[in-house]
Design a protein around this ligand. Sequence first.
Ligand code: HXC
Length: 510
Amino acid sequence: MKDILAELEHRRTEARLGGGQKRIDAQHEKGKLTARERIELLLDEDSFEEYDMFVAHRCTDFGMEKQRPYGDGVVTGWGTINGRIVYVFSQDFTVLGGSVSATHAQKICKIMDMAVQNGAPVIGINDSGGARIQEGVDSLAGYGEVFERNVMASGVVPQISLIMGPCAGGAVYSPAMTDFIFMVKDSSYMFVTGPDVVKTVTNEVVTAEELGGATTHTRKSSVADGAFENDVEAIAEVRRLVDFLPLNNREKPPVRPFFDEPGRIEDSLDTLVPENANTPYDMKELILKVADEGDFYEIQENFAKNIITGFIRLEGQTVGVVANQPMVLAGCLDIDSSRKAARFVRFCDCFEIPLLTFVDVPGFLPGTGQEYAGVIKHGAKLLYAYAEATVPKVTVITRKAYGGAYVVMSSKHLRGDVNYAWPTSEIAVMGAKGATEIIHRGDLGDAEKTAAHTKSYEDRFANPFVAAERGFIDEVIQPRSTRRRVSRAFAALRGKKLQTPWKKHDNIPL
Ligand code: HXC
């Protein structure tokens, strides 16, 4: 028995060494942690239960039968994050470059199946040279099996991808179908075709970092939701995110102890909106002042900054926030901001996370650039997402809510539950100047008359009261009491149940 146990330990030690000390050192030299070190940091201490440690590939081509390392380039299992279960796979670049063989893919599939059956998130740590070249189509089949599971798990359990090394070719499509992608600056990249192919086909010269690094994907393409300085920071932030999320679509988001007064009054909010309607102000200030303990987890912070998306807690409960940002493009909606917010709204709706919307929107961004690129379809995504969402929806209009954008931004007309407005709100088809230029075009040459028309339009519509008269606004509230009003609104909506007609699935404009 002693020998048998010693043999087990011997095999375990060998498996834990992955591709060997030399390759581990090389991994460290690149500023990267190993697959196991990443898991250790991600999960609560001693909570990791590993599966399939001794799995080895079955390939016999190209001399592969001579190197059959334990684990086959991916470490899989489950553990806890602050006591809550998550399933994990972490690709081991030290073993055959973390490349994906049929058995490597089977290990990932096993974890995904268990996560769905047991209702727990899947966190995938990607660091791989892609399809195991020696295995050919077996490897592609493995990817296909993973893709199918990504889709089946979508909306059932949260799926989070950490990109911590290469992720190229078709391999990018597994993370692409997960809910959140986080990258590490300077040590990770994602692209469908690499710089060499790009050079051959299009003659463009571009580095891997420029083509698919963390900065590119968080600022230009919006493929990634966040970029971090190193592995440690990225993993710590994923732990923070998981704390906001429910484990699956049948559970409510977690309720955390909170140390903030739900009725906290913020006098400074009474002067947040400047006197001049065209002067910007920072909408993040409102979010931070409303959130429990000022804690805000922002998603896609560096992309389409004219809209802000992220998670806060109110009375310890997770709430998804969508807010126009007047500091950028005057807070107008455009293609990028509509896509960004629509995806966020749909994530929240999948996982029963209530939605809080702060509105200060002058309309959609005009121009051929937007129209040619399909702002009609992309803008419709956000409208669609809000309209279909059945989670509690509370909206606060702080200033402008003009035209179609007023309707889109979680208005009463899209099954908004509680719609508040600050007294500084202007709810109208458009601003007074634009309206005057259209309805009093004949008087445009007469400055005095035009000013009078503008003033009369402002007096009539540059306020929340016309909408309030019609019940489109439930209450005009004091800015300073926003946290209290919004917290109470969500508390009253905790039992909300709303059914949509049966359908196979919807057909959101894509
Ligand atoms: C088998 C691989 C591998 C792969 C790397 N290795 N990629 N083995 N299949 N895809 C092995 C290397 O042989 C090497 O083994 C070890 O991993 C480390 O690789 P290095 O090249 O030394 O590392 P580095 O210099 O850091 O370069 C990393 C890399 C490069 C840029 C990822 O390895 C590379 O270009 N690999 C091939 C990438 C690729 O073309 N993949 C297929 C893409 S198509 P030793 O024993 O020397 O340590 C694809 C399709 C998916 O993925 C489709 C899904 C539908």
